[in-house]
Design a protein around this ligand. Structure first.
Ligand SMILES: C[S@@+](CC[C@H](N)C(=O)[O-])C[C@H]1O[C@@H](n2cnc3c(N)ncnc32)[C@H](O)[C@@H]1O
Ligand code: SF4
Length: 451
């Protein structure tokens, strides 16, 4: 194990900090802010902008015990079809408020399980989206796929509509781990989905894995990684399992005593890092890995990596419009989140066309802190000079922050001509460093372990 002294000193193994997929984190959104601002923010989108679209499908046939995503179990397609009907209304109401000439740079279907839709319902949804938004020239259409809930006709429908990136949930292949997280998924069914997609011409494949799962050992995790390397994905997300049963009730089915402790988690994260590097993947940010041919790798190399609600992205769009229950939109002026419960979402859309219930209006200082945190999370860098050029009215605050970071984290940062650079061996501390400059000092109870 590498030298863990800096990690002990800065509380890596005890800290509970946000993942900073947004700043401020979503638990700081306030009631009705989004609702008041939604029409205004939508109409302020620039007329030549290429926006990103996210559509949330909050349904699954099975509810995996580990899962912290906003989703609900359903066995009947009637509920799903009625929800899609509501989505169509929301898309139409939102589109009517946006400038006519915008294009769609990204479309991401997430969940839950988007592949639960029947091919017919998926066609209805995608036809409405493509009627409403013209794709831009470099359009990317990605979908989260549960290999145990993805029929070939449904996958073919997605391909026919131009899906060009698939994000496939794996988590872990060890049978004991799968049993303990309530998610059985064989190597064969995962490979069958990959083979189908590749034979249909899809090039870009992401796999999602988790470390820190119950009964996961170094040996079992190495075995999972070996299977994954055989599957030859272009990109991997290897997240630390967030055990937050106070937020995600089904996680009570996972006994805390079966989980690796924080030092074992750290070791598993290191194994992931070393194994993927040896297999020809570059580490991107704190939890992604990509081959040199993948767009995330290229974006990272060009210094253009961004952070959004899906984690790391090469998407440069300033505007993200989320449709569906709990979906979050990001505008220049702030964030807006739709009603979280499916029934509340459907009620709002049927009455108002829109479903915003919470949000956050960014002040100038929030925008600055958000930029500082994104620089740290994406580039492990605090670019003092560049930030002062971007935010001249805050030059003094930026300098003060840089001095405070350097004096608190002398063993983490090096100073260079552009600002402060984290030492590569300390990258695991980045969320803790970001939390230090987080004006909210987001309360510990709301978040998961820092590693
Ligand atoms: C919204 S889920 C959708 C995946 C899709 N339904 C499936 O089952 O394959 C997307 C990803 O979130 C990650 N995720 C879910 N719960 C998590 C947790 N408690 N901690 C960390 N990551 C989690 C998993 O890696 C999962 O693949
Ligand atoms: S991991 Fe996927 S299938 Fe399992 S509960 Fe979460 S969203 Fe549903």
């Amino acid at each position: 194990m590498e030298n863990i002294d800096p990690f002990l000193r800065h509380g890596l193994f005890d800290a509970k900090v946000p993942r900073y997929t947004s700043y401020p984190p979503a638990n700081h959104f306030q009631n009705d802010v989004g609702h008041r601002r939604q029409s205004e923010w939508l109409s302020c989108v620039e007329s030549d902008e290429s926006v990103s679209i996210y559509v949330h499908i909050p349904f699954c046939k099975r509810l995996c015990w580990f899962c912290a995503c906003r989703t609900q179990g359903t066995q009947t397609m009637r509920t799903v079809d009625a929800y899609v009907q509501t989505l169509l209304k929301e898309i139409s109401a939102v589109r009517a408020t946006l400038p006519k000439t915008i294009t769609m740079g990204r479309l991401h279907l997430g969940g839950g399980t988007p592949t639960i839709l029947s091919p017919k319902t998926m066609k209805r949804l995608l036809s409405a989206i493509f009627d409403a938004f013209d794709p831009s020239n470099d359009f990317e259409f990605s979908v989260e796929i549960d290999p145990t809930e993805a029929s070939e006709p449904l996958l073919q429908t997605l391909i026919d509509f131009g899906m060009n990136r698939a994000s496939i949930g794996v988590q872990d292949f060890a049978p004991e781990v799968q049993a303990a997280i309530g998610r059985l998924q064989s190597l064969e069914e995962t490979t069958a989905v990959l083979d189908f997609l590749r034979s249909a011409g899809l090039q870009a494949i992401n796999l999602d894995l988790l470390y820190g799962l119950p009964f996961q050992t170094e040996e079992s995790f190495r075995q999972t990684l070996a299977h994954v390397i055989d599957m030859n994905p272009d990109r991997l997300a290897i997240y630390g399992y967030a055990h937050v049963p106070w937020m995600s009730k089904r996680q009570v089915l996972i006994k805390a005593e079966t989980l690796p402790d924080t030092k074992q988690r750290f070791e598993l994260a290191n194994i992931a890092h070393d194994t993927m590097r040896d297999a020809g993947f570059a580490a991107i940010g704190i939890d992604h890995f990509a081959k040199p041919t993948d767009s995330l790798y290229k974006s990272n190399k060009a210094g253009e990596l961004r952070r959004n609600f899906q984690g790391y992205t090469d998407d440069q769009s300033e505007t993200l419009i989320g449709f569906g229950a709990s979906a979050i939109s990001r505008f220049r002026g702030g964030y807006q989140q739709n009603a979280v419960a499916t029934s509340a979402y459907q009620d709002r859309v049927s009455i108002e066309g829109f479903a915003a219930h919470k949000g956050y209006e960014m002040s100038d200082t929030d925008t600055l802190i958000s930029a500082m945190i994104e620089e740290l999370m994406c580039r492990f860098h605090f670019p003092t000079r560049e930030l002062q050029t971007r935010f001249p009215e805050h030059a003094h605050l930026i300098r003060q922050t840089s001095i405070a970071l350097m004096s608190r984290y002398t063993d983490v940062f090096n100073i260079n001509s552009t600002g402060l650079e984290m030492r590569p061996e300390t990258y695991a501390l980045v969320r803790i460093v970001a939390h230090y400059i987080d004006a909210f000092n987001s309360s510990e109870v709301a978040h998961a372990a820092a590693i």
